[in-house]
Ligand binder design. Structure first.
Ligand SMILES: [Zn+2]
Length: 439
């Protein structure tokens, strides 16, 4: 046994197959041994977690940091600090809302220069597929992006254009050749209307019906099958699409899906008039839809839960008029994913193993980081979160490290308090120790 630099031990250590009393031995940033609780080494520093849960650091593969160019929306420092405070030790930044977007190799380099030395956690990057950038995909992938995102509807920013099926027919063969994952904002424009505007949430919800998602997902299943390319549906909201996804997966189509905490926690019926902090696209849907999403998680059709943290300056939420059609669509929740999901999951009988699969192991696997991230196992980076699943806390603006504090979770009382976060064996405290994770 190699002599460890640090041992973290507790009564409830979450391993890939079991939760048990264990000691986790760490040397030079990695886990070198997982022993019984009492297997410790004399004169080695020990962190005692007691009855708190010791879980792999969370992996969040859907985060909009918006820097450079729109750093006033978030930025790497505030985002990664919020991540660390929420038990997240790895996140993957989305290719849009920054200027330039990550749709060219030059744009990716600018992004890396912006992020370097600013990150409290480890950070990976998505590239983007936009009309006409097929020649940039191979250089970006060689440079280290984990895969590529596209939109099938306008993204909300002009510099990241959405693609048509025709554009995808050009890009996808290249993605197949590279073996790169395509992640898709799956709403098609055909069923989306401009809505009536105003403070009525129902009217906004009807402007982005389930059909827009369902049709987009059917298109992506078709393309994935035709080109034998790996496709992942981001932020699935319409539970109507679960049966077709399940069927496609069973037939061997390489298609996966994620959903987000807000779709699993809130319900359209409860969104107050003018409460634009609840606006996101696709929208939060009805209570019965929410319960179907939980069933999709239970049977594995939906494999992961990621934040889709998408903040903006408070004024862009136009809270003074409460007009849902004019407000920026996006929910800030990077720091709150663990307690939101745990609060809802425990009430439905799910376990810490389920939670770890959705929040840690499966997101790590999605982006190819599974040998280093998302599990407490020998050889993995010593990324760990210690948290108390029984403790509750109220969400207050002062407890959030996000740059902007506006969030629909404000005032909620959630279960699951993060106590300590370790990145590669170091407690995240004063210095930003994050690495750029290149594929
Ligand atoms: Zn997003």
């Amino acid at each position: 046994m190699q002599r460890p630099d640090l041992i973290i031990r507790g009564q409830r250590v979450v391993l890939p197959e079991t939760v048990a009393p264990r000691s986790v031995h760490i040397r030079e940033e990695r886990i070198v041994f997982v022993g019984d609780y009492d297997e410790v080494v004399a004169d080695c520093e020990i962190v005692e977690a007691g009855d708190s849960v010791v879980m792999p650091g969370l992996v969040d593969t859907h985060v909009h940091i918006n820097a450079p160019g729109r750093t006033e929306w978030e930025g790497f420092r505030s985002a990664t600090l919020a991540a660390a405070a929420g038990g997240v030790t790895t996140l993957v930044d989305m290719p849009l809302n920054s200027i330039p977007p990550t749709t060219t190799l030059a744009g990716f380099k600018t992004k890396l220069d912006t992020a370097r030395d600013e990150c409290f956690v480890d950070v990976g990057f998505w590239g983007g597929v936009v009309p006409g950038n097929t020649a940039e995909l191979a250089p970006m992938f060689a440079g280290g992006v984990v895969g590529f995102k596209c939109f099938l509807v306008p993204s909300g920013v002009d510099e990241f254009e959405h693609v048509t099926e025709q554009d995808l027919r050009e890009a996808i063969p290249e993605l197949t050749r590279l073996g790169a994952l395509l992640i898709v904002h799956a709403e098609l424009p055909g069923s989306i209307t401009s809505g009536d505007g105003g403070v009525d949430y129902r009217s906004f919800l009807e402007s982005r019906p389930r059909a827009a998602e369902n049709e987009a997902i059917e298109l992506m299943i078709r393309l994935s099958r035709e080109f034998d390319t790996r496709v992942h549906i981001v932020h699935l909201s319409s539970a109507d699409a679960i049966p077709v996804l399940r069927e496609a997966q069973a037939a061997g189509v390489k298609i996966t899906a994620e959903t987000c905490p807000h779709y699993l926690h809130f319900a359209a019926e409860d969104v107050p008039a003018g409460a634009t902090e609840f606006k996101c696209c696709p929208p939060i849907r009805e209570r019965d839809n929410r319960e179907e999403l939980w069933k999709g998680l239970r049977d594995g059709t939906i494999g992961l839960i990621v934040s889709d943290h998408s903040p903006c300056p408070g004024e862009m939420k136009v809270r003074e008029t409460g007009d849902f059609m004019k407000a920026w669509g996006g929910i800030a929740s990077l720091q709150l994913r663990l307690p939101v999901v745990w609060t809802e999951a425990r009430r439905r009988g799910f376990t810490l193993l389920d939670l770890t699969r959705w929040l840690c192991a499966n997101p790590a696997r999605q982006v190819g980081f599974e040998t280093r991230k998302g599990s407490i196992a020998v050889g993995c980076d010593a990324d760990l979160v210690i948290w108390n699943p029984a403790a509750q806390f109220p969400v207050t603006a002062s407890s959030l490290y996000h740059r902007h504090k506006i969030t629909p979770y404000a005032g909620e009382v959630l279960s699951g308090v993060v106590e300590q976060t370790f990145l590669r064996g170091r407690k995240i405290i004063d210095a930003p120790p994050g690495h750029m994770l290149l594929r």
